[in-house]
Design a protein around this ligand. Structure first.
Ligand SMILES: [Zn+2]
Ligand SMILES: [Zn+2]
Length: 337
C-alpha cells in the first residue's frame, strides 16, 4: 500500500512526509483492518510532523480522523463485519484499569495510546484499530463530511461540555478553524448566541455566513459579556483578554493540545468572581459516540476543502498558513465520494 511516512519531524515547508510503498498492516487480536477512504487533516498532525509533540514512533504515519471500510477482522473480533463503515479517531486505546479509566475519565488514562502518534494513522491506504475504539458509522454518511467530526468534531464537543455550554447561552469562540466551525454548528442548534474572534478574513466570512451574532478580533469591545468561551487558537497570550470578556462565573475552555506560554494573570481582572479556566485533554469514547449521534440528528455538515492523497505535505502547509475555510480532508481513495 501507499503511505505517507514521517521519518523525522521538520518544518512542513521542507516536505517531511514521504510517500512510500509499504506492506498492508495485519490486524492484531481484537483489531480491524480498515481500507481508508479519507482522513481529516488536523492541527495535531502538524504538531507531530513539525515536532512540537515529540515522536512516539519513528517512522510514523500521521492522521487520526479516518473514515474507511472494514477489510479484515483480526482474531477475536465480534460485532463487526467486513464491509462495515468505520471511523478511527485520536484515542486508540486506554488501559481500562487505572483510576482515571475506572472513573469514566479515560481521556486522562496514564497508558493511553493515540492514532498517528503511537501507532500508524490514516495518511495511508490502510490502517488498523482496536475494534473497541473504532466508531461504527452509518453506511449512508458522506465520508468526506464525516472525517472532520472524528477529531475536530469530538474535541470541539468535549470543549463545549468543558465550558459547560447550555442551550441559549452566550458563547465566545476564539480562532475559527476546523473544530471551531463545527462547534458553532452545534451551538447554533442549541440556540446559543455565538461571538467569533478571528483575524482571518475568510474565517470571519464563514462565521458570518453561519450566523454569528458578532464577529471581530480580540481587543474590540463586545456588546455583552460572555458566559462561556472556547479558545481554539494555540496562543497563550489570548488567555487574559478572553478572561476579561467573561461574565461573572464564566468559564473558558482551552481546546488545543498545544498552547504557547500564558502571560501572567491578574487575579482581580482575570479570575475573581469565580471565573474558571479549564483545559480539554483528548476525549472519552462516550464523547465520540455522543457527538456522532448529534451529527446525524442536527445534521452536521462541516465546510470542507479536499486535498488529493499525494499532496499531504501541501495540505499540512495550507493548514499551517490557515488557508482552509472550515476543515481540510485528505482524499485517500477514489470512492470516498
Ligand atoms: Zn487507564
Ligand atoms: Zn486531531
Amino acid at each position: 500500500m501507499r503511505a505517507h511516512l514521517l521519518h523525522k519531524p521538520a518544518p512542513v515547508e521542507a516536505e517531511p512526509l514521504t510517500l512510500e510503498e509499504v506492506a498492508v498492516p495485519e490486524p492484531g487480536r481484537g483489531e480491524l483492518l480498515v481500507r481508508v477512504l479519507c482522513c481529516g487533516i488536523c492541527r495535531t498532525d502538524l504538531h507531530i510532523v513539525e515536532g512540537e509533540l515529540p515522536p512516539h514512533k519513528q517512522p510514523v504515519v500521521p492522521g487520526h480522523q479516518i473514515v474507511g471500510v472494514v477489510e479484515k477482522l483480526g482474531p477475536g473480533v465480534q460485532n463487526w463485519n467486513i464491509g462495515d463503515r468505520a471511523g478511527i479517531a485520536w484515542l486508540r486505546s486506554t488501559c481500562q484499569q487505572c483510576r482515571y479509566c475506572q472513573r469514566g475519565r479515560e481521556n486522562l488514562c496514564e497508558h493511553a495510546t493515540f492514532t498517528g502518534w503511537d501507532h500508524d494513522g490514516g495518511y495511508a491506504e490502510y490502517a488498523t484499530v482496536p475494534a473497541e475504539y473504532a466508531y461504527r458509522l452509518p453506511a449512508e454518511v458522506d465520508p468526506v463530511l464525516t472525517a472532520p467530526l472524528l477529531c475536530a468534531g469530538i474535541i470541539g464537543y468535549r470543549a463545549l461540555k468543558r465550558a459547560d455550554v447550555r442551550p441559549g447561552s452566550t458563547l465566545g469562540i476564539v480562532g475559527f478553524g476546523s473544530s471551531a466551525h463545527i462547534v458553532m454548528e452545534v451551538a447554533n442548534y442549541w440556540g446559543c448566541e455565538v461571538f467569533v474572534f478571528s483575524r482571518q478574513p475568510h474565517h470571519r466570512e464563514l462565521a458570518r455566513q453561519m450566523g454569528a451574532a458578532w464577529v471581530g478580533t480580540i481587543g474590540e469591545e463586545i456588546p455583552r459579556k460572555l458566559e462561556h468561551a472556547i479558545l481554539f487558537a494555540p496562543s497563550g497570550k489570548l488567555v487574559p483578554p478572553v478572561l476579561e470578556y467573561l461574565d461573572k462565573g464564566g468559564i473558558l475552555a482551552i481546546a488545543g493540545i498545544y498552547l504557547s506560554p500564558v502571560p501572567e494573570l491578574n487575579y482581580e481582572k482575570h479570575l475573581y468572581f469565580e471565573k474558571e479556566v479549564r483545559s480539554v485533554t483528548a476525549n472519552t469514547r462516550e464523547d465520540g459516540h455522543e457527538l456522532l449521534e448529534l451529527a446525524v440528528r442536527i445534521p452536521l455538515r462541516p465546510h470542507v476543502t479536499t486535498v488529493p492523497f499525494e499532496e499531504a505535505n501541501r495540505g499540512l502547509l495550507e493548514l499551517k498558513r490557515d488557508r482552509f475555510q472550515g476543515s481540510g480532508v485528505l482524499v485517500v481513495s477514489a470512492d470516498a465520494r
